[in-house]
Write a protein that binds this ligand. Structure first.
Ligand code: BMA
Length: 308
């Protein structure tokens, strides 16, 4: 194993493909992950045959073999407030537990462009929408599991559409509806992820800071290349980076990551930390299937230098 690339892929990857979904669909990718009542849960982004996405749950006892529900769980809303903004789909979910409630952030996609939706559940059966938290041209949003200085905190990715650069920002709210005091955390810079930067997985509290994975995109002569880095944010002021990997730690290598509807994409939306310190990273591969790779959290933390 290359010491700078800590993740080891599960040998039976990919773990979920469209054939594993019990109803017709095009692809299954970019899934949120959580351990709920001793079961591994994935909240899958499934793209239907019209090219619109919805979210469906999959369950597993071991974290590798998942059974996909027979029905979608979160579909575009027909509520007149949400409908115009979710008409083309709901995408790329992430799950954060705050106190006793699981919050799901997702990309609401409609004719005006992508914006951030927030909803919640306590049981992964009922789901209530809370807000469309941003205007358009914003996605990759993730809530912190604790309030910061009395406010909810959310990382998002304004910009980055239509060939523009996108950066990682943080914003705060008292009610998950009205957001403000936004600050940029990390902007694009020449290197492995210069065009679009976005947070990938919900913050995990460690002694050294809030641990997150993020993605960077390099525009190449043959298209975009999505790769993953790790970042630590200051525990009391998460607008400050307290450490990060100067190089990417995971990128497309295997055939199922290199080829598919969108080639050369690895796109994690969920991690699960096991009791022995192993981190399971669930990621969409080439916008076509889902794979899992594992690393020791300590190993990744060692790669996060203290300077940026
Ligand atoms: C991003 C998101 C992801 C997708 C990726 C590659 O902008 O839309 O859902 O995996 O592009 O297509």
């Amino acid at each position: 194993m290359n010491k700078l690339y800590p993740f080891k892929r599960y040998e039976k990857n990919p773990i979920l493909c469209s054939d594993d979904v019990p109803y017709p669909c095009n692809t299954v990718f970019n899934a949120a992950a959580y351990k709920f009542q001793n079961q591994y849960l994935l909240l899958l982004r499934i793209e239907d045959l019209k090219g619109h996405s919805h979210l469906t749950l999959a369950h597993s006892d071991d974290g590798y073999q998942f059974k996909v529900d027979s029905q979608p769980w979160i579909t575009p809303s027909d509520d007149p407030y949400y409908e115009p903004y979710e008409r083309f789909g709901v995408e790329d979910p992430r799950i954060t537990l705050i106190e006793d409630t699981y919050y799901i952030t997702y990309t609401a996609y409609g004719p005006f462009g992508p914006r951030v939706g927030i909803g919640s559940t306590k049981d992964f059966v009922s789901f209530e929408r809370i807000s469309l938290a941003t205007e358009v041209d914003n996605k990759d949003a993730i809530l912190f599991p604790e309030k910061i200085d009395g406010s909810y905190a959310m990382i998002d990715r304004p910009g980055g559409m239509g060939g523009q650069m996108g950066a990682i920002w943080i914003t705060y709210s008292k009610d998950l509806i009205h957001w403000g005091r936004a600050r940029a955390i990390l902007g694009p810079a020449p290197g492995w992820g210069p065009s679009k930067l976005g947070i990938s997985t919900p913050p995990l509290k460690t002694d050294r800071g809030w641990f997150t994975l993020y993605h960077g995109v390099r525009e190449t002569a043959s298209g975009r290349l999505y790769r993953i880095g790790a970042m630590l944010l200051d525990l009391t002021d998460p607008s400050r980076i307290s450490g990060y990997t100067e190089h990417f730690i995971f990128g497309p290598e295997e055939l199922y990551e290199r080829t598919g509807d969108v080639p050369n994409v690895v796109f994690p939306c969920g991690i699960i930390l096991e009791s022995d310190g192993t981190l399971k990273m669930y990621y969409g591969a080439a916008d076509t299937c889902i794979a899992v790779a594992e690393a020791k959290l300590d190993h990744i933390l060692k790669l996060c230098s203290n300077r940026i």
